[in-house]
Design a protein around this ligand. Structure first.
Ligand code: FAD
Length: 271
């Protein structure tokens, strides 16, 4: 490999997303992704894998930024047949402090003006719509504020008796970030991006030098596996037959049989 139009340094989630957008959406044909590690193994496989559009601030900068990010994830979920199990269980911010009710309300109203979605208070004119199923589509946006403790315990049975209010943020949930990263890298690769591992290359050169062989070009060819990966969630999507580019070229992190964390069954209460 002698040149590249763009070199993406790092094959974590940010690098995977950058490579995907450059190679797939912007059609750049000579994108190289460099990392001495296997992809998605430094920080990107350590996260809780939650997402939300609900970020406060002195102005609407963060709210617009994360709102746009969630929009892109929705596009990717559509495009991939939801290869990364995007869910919309929401985030539940729970309090046992009476004074927090007003803070929750004020924050929600501010975020609504920032474009994060409508606020619905319960009890109120509109009944609370609890989660049903896993589909991320068709869920109301914004937040439902449950200010009646009976309602809180009816719908959030897992919180303790002290809880008196819940802000249920709706455009939020969980995804399988490893699958997302893998899909992004595979799509980038399918569209001409090339992985390059400095560590692997050094090792290979040393082995070849020891064996007295001449070095070959470093590019790992993209190829399709004939069988869907065991972890592929949708048989009809392109993700069911993922490119094996990173697996054959660089990484074991995207290999079949990779253990993925279990999916949480209820709204996340972490940030
Ligand atoms: C405990 C925990 C929980 C989290 N929970 C969430 C959550 O619920 N939701 C959420 O959105 N985020 C969460 N995060 C944050 C999220 O995981 C990170 O923001 C994200 O993974 C960062 O991705 P990255 O690609 O920037 O970095 P990384 O995944 O760290 O990737 C960086 C890559 O760059 C490579 N690199 C470094 N230097 C060079 C170089 N000079 N040349 C080439 N390559 C280089 C590294 O080897 C690495 O592979 C959490 C993080 C932690 C630790």
């Amino acid at each position: 490999m002698t040149n590249a139009e763009v070199v993406v340094c790092g094959a974590g989630m940010a690098g995977a997303a950058a490579a995907y957008h450059l190679a797939v959406r912007h059609r750049l044909r000579n994108v190289v992704i460099v990392d001495e590690r296997e992809p998605l193994t430094l920080t990107s496989d350590k996260g809780t894998q939650g997402y939300r559009n609900w970020f406060d601030g002195p102005d609407d900068t963060m709210a617009r930024f994360v709102g746009r990010s969630v929009g892109i994830m929705e596009e990717l979920a559509e495009e991939s047949g939801n290869a990364f199990l995007l869910s919309r269980t929401g985030y539940a911010f729970v309090t046992a402090e009476p004074s927090m009710r007003e803070r929750i309300r004020t924050q929600a109203e501010r975020l609504a003006t920032f474009g994060a979605g409508a606020v619905r208070e319960h009890p109120g004119p509109v009944p609370y719509q609890a989660n049903s199923g896993d589909d991320w589509r068709g869920i109301p946006d914004g937040a439902d504020l449950l200010f009646d403790p009976a309602l809180v315990h009816e719908h959030f049975a897992f919180v303790n008796d002290a809880a008196i209010a819940v802000s249920h943020v709706r455009r939020a949930g969980w995804m399988d970030a490893i699958r997302l990263g893998r899909w992004l890298l595979d799509e980038a690769c399918r569209n001409g991006a090339r992985p390059a591992s400095t560590r692997r290359r050094r090792r290979r050169r040393r082995r070849r030098a020891r064996a007295g062989r001449v070095s070959r070009p470093e590019r790992a060819p993209c190829r399709r596996r004939s069988q869907p990966a065991p972890s592929a969630p949708r048989s009809s999507s392109s993700s069911a037959v993922p490119s094996n580019c990173w697996h054959s070229g660089v990484s074991a992190a995207t290999a079949p049989g990779l253990r993925v964390p279990p999916r949480p069954a209820r709204p996340s209460t972490t940030t």
